[in-house]
Design a protein around this ligand. Sequence first.
Ligand SMILES: Cc1cc2nc3c(=O)[nH]c(=O)nc-3n(C[C@H](O)[C@H](O)[C@H](O)COP(=O)(O)OP(=O)(O)OC[C@H]3O[C@@H](n4cnc5c(N)ncnc54)[C@H](O)[C@@H]3O)c2cc1C
Length: 70
Amino acid sequence: MTIGDQRETFLIKPSLLEVAMGEKILDHTTFPLRAIVEHHALFIHNRVDHIDPERQQIFIDGAVLPYDIL
Ligand SMILES: Cc1cc2nc3c(=O)[nH]c(=O)nc-3n(C[C@H](O)[C@H](O)[C@H](O)COP(=O)(O)OP(=O)(O)OC[C@H]3O[C@@H](n4cnc5c(N)ncnc54)[C@H](O)[C@@H]3O)c2cc1C
């Protein structure tokens, strides 16, 4: 399994409500993706430029990656 994201941190969107209510600080709504993901999968930190669903290919950082399930 490969997980790609343009950001190094994941934002827990539902927690934004708690930030707005003053119950949580913004830093507590994110966690580092690489540290968690790399135990289970390959992490690619980059922006996906294009997805070709017919050929099942992802274009990322000048490379073309095939996929079975997206
Ligand atoms: C206030 C609020 C409350 C919510 N409450 C609930 C709830 O109680 N229960 C529930 O099930 N859902 C809830 N949701 C919805 C839930 O947060 C979303 O369904 C979920 O975040 C969607 O996950 P996702 O991974 O599809 O998208 P996202 O969380 O938006 O993640 C998309 C990721 O893709 C990355 N990305 C985007 N474009 C590119 C690109 N071109 N290349 C590389 N990476 C890219 C982004 O950096 C991001 O990390 C809530 C949402 C909000 C805003």
